[in-house]
Design a protein around this ligand. Structure first.
Ligand code: ADP
Length: 425
C-alpha cells in the first residue's frame, strides 16, 4: 500500500524567474521551507540546499529563483501562491549599474567613492526589501556596503525611534536579517518625523558626516558605497526630509518605488548629477495595517531585548531615582515673542531638557548616550543602546530597568523616548 503523505507537506516546483510568496498569519502557525533541487533566494540571500528555514507570525516573504527550483513547504498552504511576474529583473539591473560604478571607483587612480543610493517611496512598496536585495547582491560580489536606515517607524537597525547604520559584510540571515554588529545609532525618540523636524534633520546631517568620515578610512566600503532606506512619508514636509537626506548624504542615485509623482518631483528638484530611477513595486509587497505596524514595532523592541532565533538574556535591576540623569530632546514650544532675543521657537526643539524620574517613565524606552556630560553635544552623540523602564517604585524612589547590558555606569546619561514597551516576559 502506498504510504500516505503528510497533508501539511507540499512539494512546490518553481519555474525560472518565478517566486513563491507566503505569509504566516496566526500565532499558532509556522512555515518551514527547504530547498530540494536547484537554486533559490529570499530577498537576495541564497538558500542552502537541504537546510530547513522556519518562519513565524508576521513573516511575509518570497522565495525567488532565477534558474528554477523545487521546494518543500511544511505548514498551511492557504496563504501561499506562485507569482510568475516579478520586478526582480529591474532590481538586478539596478544592482548591475551599481556594480559598474563600484568597478569604476575601484580602477580610478585617485581614491573615488562608490555609489550612494537612496531608496524612496510611499509606505508598503518594498523599500526595505529592495535595500536588502541590493545589499545582499553587493556582498555576494565581495563588496562591503554601508546600510543606513532612516525609517524611524520600523527602526530595523536598532529600535523604532532611532536611525542607524551598519557595515554589511555578509548576506542577511534569511530568518533574522543583517547582523547588527557595532551599529552606529542616533536617538530621535519618536516614530514619526513630524514630532521634531529640526532634530531629525540634525541627526541625518550627523549620520551622513560620520558615515562619510568612516568610509574615508575603509577603502573596500568606500568603493562599495551606501544604500539608504527611508520613511514612507513622501508628501509635504516628508518630501523635504527626503531631499534634505539626499543632500546630506550626497546621493548619486535615487530609486523611486512605485510613485510617478514622487519620481517627477525628484527629477525636477534634484541636481542633474543625481540619477533618479523609477522602479515598479512587487505585487507581493503586502500592505500592513496600522495595527500590524504597531505590532511589528513592538516585536522589534522585544527582539532587541530578548533576541529572535538566537535568544538574548537581558538584565533586570533597580536604580535609584537620585542616581539617574534623564533628559529629553525638545522643550515645549513657546511663542517667538517669549524667546530670548535672536532665538526662534523652533530652536527649542533641539534643546536638551532635564526630566525628573518618576511614574512618568513607566514603560518608556531610554537611550543610553555615549556622551558623558551635558557639556558634550548630547543630541548628536551616538548612543550605546536602549534600556526600558519596567517598574517604578514611588515609595522607595527606584526604577526597575531592562537592559541588554549589566548595570550601566552610575553617571550614564539617558535620553527619554516616546516609544513605550510593555515587558510581558
Ligand atoms: P516598505 O519598506 O516600503 O514599507 P517592505 O520592504 O518592508 O516595505 O515590505 C512590506 C512587506 O512586504 C514586508 O513584510 C516584506 O517582507 C513583504 N514583501 C516584500 N516583497 C515581497 C514579495 N515579493 N512577496 C511577499 N512579500 C513581500
Amino acid at each position: 500500500m502506498a504510504e500516505e503523505k503528510d497533508p501539511e507537506v507540499h512539494e512546490i516546483v518553481l519555474e525560472p524567474d518565478a517566486e513563491l510568496r507566503f505569509e504566516v498569519e496566526s500565532k499558532l502557525d509556522t512555515i518551514t521551507l527547504e530547498l530540494k533541487v536547484g537554486l533559490a533566494e529570499i530577498f537576495g540571500t541564497e538558500l542552502v540546499k537541504g537546510k530547513p528555514y522556519t518562519f513565524t507570525t508576521g513573516a511575509k516573504l518570497a522565495v525567488f529563483t532565477w534558474q528554477g527550483c523545487t521546494l518543500e513547504l511544511r505548514g498551511k498552504r492557504n496563504l501561499c501562491y506562485i507569482a510568475k511576474e516579478t520586478p526582480m529583473m529591474f532590481y538586478l539591473n539596478c544592482h548591475a549599474c551599481l556594480e559598474q560604478l563600484r568597478m569604476k571607483a575601484e580602477t580610478e587612480s585617485e581614491v573615488k567613492r562608490g555609489p550612494i543610493t537612496m531608496v524612496v517611496g510611499p509606505t508598503d512598496v518594498g523599500k526595505s526589501t529592495v535595500s536588502r536585495i541590493l545589499l545582499n547582491y553587493a556582498v555576494r560580489m565581495g563588496r562591503a556596503p554601508v546600510y543606513v536606515d532612516l525609517d524611524i517607524g520600523q527602526g530595523q537597525i536598532s529600535i523604532p525611534g532611532a536611525i542607524g547604520a551598519i557595515l554589511v559584510e555578509r548576506p542577511a540571515d534569511v530568518e533574522e536579517g543583517f547582523p547588527h554588529n557595532a551599529p552606529l545609532v542616533y536617538h530621535y525618540g519618536h516614530t514619526s518625523m513630524d514630532k521634531n523636524h529640526q532634530t531629525f534633520n540634525l541627526l541625518v546631517n550627523k549620520m551622513a558626516e560620520v558615515v562619510h568620515e568612516r568610509l574615508q578610512t575603509n577603502r573596500k566600503s568606500n568603493i562599495s558605497g551606501i544604500i539608504i532606506n527611508t520613511c514612507g512619508w513622501v508628501k509635504g514636509e516628508g518630501y523635504r526630509h527626503l531631499t534634505h537626506a539626499a543632500q546630506a548624504f550626497e546621493v548619486d542615485i535615487i530609486l523611486v518605488l512605485d510613485q510617478e509623482k514622487l519620481y517627477n518631483e525628484l527629477v525636477r528638484d534634484m541636481p542633474n548629477f543625481v540619477k533618479v530611477v523609477l522602479l515598479p513595486k512587487s505585487g507581493g509587497v503586502v500592505e500592513r495595517t496600522k495595527k500590524f505596524r504597531m505590532n511589528s514595532r513592538d516585536a522589534r523592541v522585544r527582539e532587541y531585548f530578548y533576541g529572535g532565533k538566537t535568544p538574548l538574556h537581558p538584565h533586570s535591576f533597580d536604580v535609584k531615582w537620585s542616581d539617574l540623569r534623564v533628559y529629553k530632546i525638545g522643550a515645549p514650544p513657546l511663542p517667538d515673542s517669549c524667546m530670548p532675543l535672536g532665538m526662534k521657537a523652533e530652536d527649542n526643539m533641539t534643546k536638551l531638557v532635564a526630566v525628573q524620574p518618576g511614574p512618568n517613565l513607566l514603560h518608556h524606552i531610554l537611550a543610553v548616550s555615549f556622551a558623558s556630560s551635558t557639556d558634550d553635544d548630547v543630541i548628536t552623540t551616538n548612543i550605546a543602546g536602549y534600556i526600558c523602564v519596567t517598574n517604578v517604585d514611588v515609595e522607595n524612589q527606584t526604577l526597575t530597568v531592562l537592559s541588554p547590558q549589566p548595570r550601566p555606569l552610575p553617571d550614564t546619561l539617558l535620553i527619554l523616548s516616546d516609544v513605550q514597551f510593555m515587558d510581558s516576559h
